[in-house]
Design a protein around this ligand. Structure first.
Ligand code: DDH
Length: 306
């Protein structure tokens, strides 16, 4: 049996440099809503969200999206932009692994966009081939409902409260018809982390709309909230806002809905719960020794025959 290999976490002064470099690249006037932040958050989430607790496969170790097997998954369409942004940092700080960089960048971006401080631990290693990349199909499909959401997130080891808290990330960014088929943003200011997503879920009368490409989503023109929204001074023209069928499932399901109501009312509780569950997400599939170093047991995952 091979000896487990450990990879130490970067020192805090090393990390300070990387964090500053991430902050420096967030402002992207020609990209989407002017920030690389949202797509960086989605990169980290999709790198971790392949985890399967039963087989202990997938998760944020490995940076498998560098390989076609995972990077070419239609569920990951558009995340090449996030990887290209971070490549500039990797060139400068070659000592950091991609798997650490992709996860720490999200934590820095969330904080910089006004979100909570999230505990992050390093030491991830990068796969050197695509053997340990899990099969496609482990990420959620926005066209589905509560049963599907539970199937996907219970597999990772999350409960209903954690599912709703994590979903609050849809306060950030937007859907792109050339990536997922869905179109539009969830809130007026999609580069500011807040609990507006939950408020909008509850106050609006969401109507089903079929897009030209045949994809169904929910829409509302958010006129009232624009005036009330504390972030509204940055907002531009009122634009039709959207929700995925999976977002709407959070208010239709009797066990998810109370959490939506709590987070809509109490931003501080949402921030606290989000910080905890996002930290947990980034640790999926990672085994640490007593010193916090990641243990890569060669025989832990046998790899997949593809
Ligand atoms: Fe998401 N998400 N997500 N999401 N997500 C999309 C965009 C973003 C689902 C589907 C989509 C989470 C959960 C779910 C972010 C973060 C998180 C898009 C649009 C789809 C579709 C992609 C595109 O067209 O570019 C579904 C389904 C779920 C689910 O829970 C059932 C979670 C848990 C997170 C997280 O970060 C914790 C972010 C950020 C974006 C915006 C990306 C961007 O480029 O902007």
């Amino acid at each position: 049996m091979a000896q487990p290999q450990t990879n130490p976490t970067p020192s805090s002064s090393q990390l300070d440099h990387v964090a500053q470099a991430v902050r420096d690249l967030l402002h992207q006037p020609d990209y989407d809503d002017g920030s690389a932040g949202p797509v960086l958050v989605r990169l980290a989430w999709h790198s971790a969200g392949t985890y399967d607790a039963a087989s202990k496969t997938g998760g944020s170790n490995g940076a498998g999206m560098r390989y076609e097997k995972e990077g070419g998954d239609p569920a990951n369409a558009g995340l090449q932009h996030a990887r290209a942004f971070l490549e500039l940092i990797k060139k400068k700080f070659s000592w950091i692994t991609y798997a650490d960089l992709w996860t720490v960048a999200a934590v820095v971006a969330i904080k910089e966009m006004g979100g909570p401080e999230i505990r992050w631990r390093g030491g991830r290693t990068d796969f050197t081939d695509d053997n340990k990349i899990p099969p496609r199909g482990r990420l959620p499909d926005g066209a589905q409902g509560a049963d599907h959401i539970r199937h996907i997130f219970y597999r990772m080891g999350f409960n209903d409260q954690e599912i709703v808290a994590l979903s609050g990330a849809h306060n950030l960014g937007r859907c792109h018809s050339d990536r997922s088929g869905f179109e539009g943003k969830w809130v007026n200011n999609p580069t500011r982390f807040s609990n507006t997503y939950f408020k909008l879920l509850l106050v609006n009368d969401w109507k089903k709309k079929t897009l030209e490409n045949g994809v169904e989503q929910y829409v509302y023109v958010d006129e009232d909230m624009i005036e009330e929204d504390e972030d509204a001074e940055d907002a531009e023209e009122p634009e039709e806002l959207m929700m995925l069928p999976t977002d709407i499932a959070l208010i239709q399901d009797p066990s998810f809905r109370p959490w939506v109501e709590l987070y809509a009312e109490h931003k501080d509780i949402f921030f606290d719960h989000f910080a905890k569950v996002f930290a947990k997400l980034l640790e999926l599939g990672i085994k640490r020794d007593r010193n916090g170093n990641i243990v890569n047991e060669e025989n832990q995952q046998d790899g997949y025959k593809s």
